[in-house]
Design a protein around this ligand. Structure first.
Ligand code: MN
Length: 726
């Protein structure tokens, strides 16, 4: 198949015109001039002007009978990566469509393929496809790779091996998937040449030698076939077949057989006009020579997954030697060589006509995991590749590729790696930049999860977690935590009640008496009963009545008050850094509505269901609780502890790239951790950056705010409490 390299503009134009007489030649010329200017002064390793490369790539694309935008993209494909050209300039000069194609090719070129497991190679192929929203992006990339492989000898050895390996594992299979037989074969042979030079050289020599010996024999077979065709008045062009060295090598390796056994076949191809005549020709061949049982394959009735069609048969030819025949129509031959590109028909203005119902159907096999894609028409509507509209492929720091549902966030990714990582994640770096946990990942992203040993899953994560696994893990953690918390609260409430009645709490909890009460109330254990008390499903009064009927009970019904929901803090209650006056030992948590920090004036409130909640003085939630003054207790910060406390900080900044990263680093520079970050873009080109920052006290918070306000582009930075209007 085509292996001639295009070396100047005239050749290129001539070739485009052979299959697309209406092509917008002017556009091609402009792209050539643009590329020439952009790459001016650059040379390739071989020493030739760089421009030869994009020109050759465009040439390969004409061999695929590509449309003008694809050829133009071929000419421009390296301008974004290797020159000062920007996507904006390309769009201005050549329009959105072409700018998008070039951008797509550039993005794929940036992916680093580092993992050589077979499954990873498959994921990587999917990633490449998912990043290309247009099939032409893949075609340009394949053309690029083909020319790079053709000129690989100019690179130093390590680079050669790396590129050849990547080509063999990723790009040759992609060409195969798209049904472009000649590119796949040429890529594979070139890979063999660089990866196994000895094998390649030996094979090449043996094939040449064998063909020489065989020449007469082949001519004899061809003569007999041609004569039979003429006698039967059947049309058909008889040809020998190009040698695919890698195919021979693969057969020898896989089946552990010798070169002679693999290459003992004389291979002949007959191309005819109609499908009917394919079968007629088959009958003719079988009447001339005896077919070898088990070697007949009808790929016309049952095409391969990439839509390849042909009849294959092997017969015992003259002198008892095996001859393999491939019989196909002109159209089937075109399909076998050009694959997906064979379906492109050219309308007047060089538009791609893809109404052909079969165009992308071979890709069905390729997306077999994609079970819900029942309506093929979905992706036939345009040349756009929508195959992966609901998955993204992202890199782990070790270079593994993970498939995630579309819309997945760093939280999903973290749980996909390990539950521990998920439970502890505080943020992520995507392509080296810090992003908030709710950030949506896109294909090709390199994702690194940031964890903190003090982090725990948040209920809010459920709002943006996308994978069932992450959701289940978060829910599980919350449930277990709630259970633990309820047990602790229940115990403490019971203990308090025991103390009130002059009973020794520790002994009571272990007593047979209390176990008896638990059984009476339908619980297996005292702990189970305590959990019910903690949840508020059972009141301490109900327990006390059964325990000591004689003891007078307080009149009030035990109702669990629903305070503003507070999230659990990490660590034991006594690690909160809060001292309760009078030394009462209660389950404590810092209220989330006001997020108090050491330095703030605080009050404690004893809830029935959740122990002691610490609020800032001034918090409206606390004021609303005023009716029950006896539950308010004075508390104070224990300045000796070195815990950190979450504070909400809101930053107003100009909407500019890099601001989030700079603010983030200012925060870390002030020795505070970010546990959450969120960006909202406003219409007035300003951005609001909301953070939850972990600080030691109000003085520390002051330093953090000052550091943020020092970042260029930041307008204000302030602490936010739930009750304060923005
Ligand atoms: Mn290139």
């Amino acid at each position: 198949m085509p292996s001639d390299t295009i070396t100047d503009l005239d050749q290129l134009i001539t070739k485009v015109r052979t299959y697309n007489p209406e092509a917008d030649v002017d556009l091609v010329c402009r792209a050539y001039a643009f590329s020439a200017k952009a790459h001016e002064g650059q040379t390739r390793r071989s020493g030739e002007p760089y421009l030869q490369h994009p020109l050759a790539v465009a040439g390969v694309l004409t061999s695929l009978r590509s449309d003008v935008p694809a050829i133009v993209a071929g000419l421009l494909h390296d301008t974004l990566e290797d020159t000062l050209t920007t996507p904006e300039v390309l769009e201005q000069e050549f329009g959105k469509d072409i700018a998008r194609l070039v951008d797509g090719v550039t993005k794929i070129g940036k992916i680093q393929f580092r993992n050589h497991e077979e499954k990873q190679a498959e994921n990587f192929r999917k990633m490449v496809l998912s990043m290309a929203d247009d099939i032409r992006v893949i075609l340009v990339k394949l053309a690029d790779r083909l020319h790079n492989m053709r000129t690989l000898e100019h690179l130093h050895e390590a680079k050669r091996l790396q590129i050849a390996q990547e080509t063999l594992e990723i790009y040759a299979p992609l060409a195969n998937r798209l049904g472009i037989g000649w590119i796949k074969n040429e890529l594979e042979d070139l890979c063999l040449k660089y990866l196994k030079p000895d094998v390649y050289a030996a094979l090449k020599l043996r094939v040449a030698k064998r063909d020489e010996d065989r020449q007469q024999y082949i001519e004899e077979v061809v003569r007999i076939v041609k004569q039979a065709l003429a006698e039967a008045d059947l049309k058909g062009e008889v040809q020998g077949r190009p040698k695919h060295l890698y195919g021979i090598y693969q057969k020898m390796e896989r089946q552990s057989i010798s070169f002679e056994e693999v290459y003992d076949l004389t291979a002949i191809r007959i191309i005819t006009d109609t499908k009917m005549n394919c079968y007629a020709l088959l009958g003719l061949i079988h009447s001339l020579w005896r077919p070898v049982p088990g070697r007949f394959k009808d790929y016309i009735a049952i095409p391969k997954s990439n839509l390849y069609q042909s009849l294959h048969t092997t017969v015992v030819g003259p002198k008892g030697e095996h001859v393999e025949f491939q019989i196909r129509t002109e159209e089937m031959h075109r399909l076998a060589e050009y694959g997906i590109a064979a379906h492109w028909k050219y309308k007047e203005r060089g538009q791609v006509d893809d109404k052909d119902g079969k165009v992308f159907s071979w890709l069905r096999q390729f997306v077999e995991w994609h079970q819900d894609l029942t309506d093929n028409r979905q992706f036939m509507d345009s040349v756009k590749l929508d195959l992966f509209h609901d998955v993204v492929y992202v890199f782990t720091p070790k270079g593994m590729v993970k498939e995630m549902p579309l819309g997945s966030t760093p939280v999903d990714f973290a749980y996909a790696i390990h539950t521990e990582v998920g439970d502890r994640c505080v943020g992520a770096k995507v392509n080296g930049k810090i992003v908030p946990l709710r950030h949506q990942l896109t294909s090709g992203d390199a994702v690194e999860i940031l964890t903190s040993p003090t982090q725990v899953p948040h209920k809010d994560w459920l709002k943006f977690a996308r994978t069932p696994r992450a959701k289940a893990k978060i829910k599980h953690w919350l449930k277990v935590e709630e259970q633990k918390r309820s047990l602790e609260i229940g115990r403490r409430l019971l203990e308090r009640e025991f103390r009130k009645h002059d009973m020794a709490p520790a002994q009571m909890l272990k007593s047979e008496q209390l176990l008896g009460v638990a059984h009476e109330l339908g619980f297996e254990t005292v702990d189970e009963m305590s959990v019910a008390v903690g949840y508020g499903r059972l009141s301490t009064g109900q327990v006390m009545t059964r325990l000591a009927p004689a003891v007078p009970q307080e009149g009030k019904a035990e109702v669990v008050e629903e305070l503003h929901p507070s999230r659990p803090q990490v660590g034991k209650p006594d690690e909160k850094g809060v001292k309760v006056k009078g030394g009462r030992d209660l389950l404590m948590q810092l209220s989330r509505c006001c997020n108090p920090v050491p330095g703030d004036r605080i009050m404690g409130y004893i809830t029935r269901g959740r122990g002691l909640t610490i609020h800032s003085v001034g918090c409206p939630n606390l004021e609303a609780l005023d009716y029950d003054k006896e539950r308010l207790i004075e508390v104070d910060w224990d300045m000796a502890t070195s815990s950190t406390y979450p504070v909400k900080v809101s930053v107003l900044a100009v909407d500019k790239t890099g601001v989030l990263a700079n603010v983030s680093s200012a925060i870390s520079g002030a020795e505070a951790n970010i546990s959450r970050a969120e960006i909202t873009t406003r219409e007035d080109r300003k951005a609001v950056l909301d953070f939850v920052v972990e600080v030691g006290n109000t003085a520390h918070l002051g330093r953090v705010l000052k550091a943020i306000e020092g970042v260029e582009g930041v307008i204000t930075a302030r602490r936010i409490r739930a009750w304060q209007a923005r």
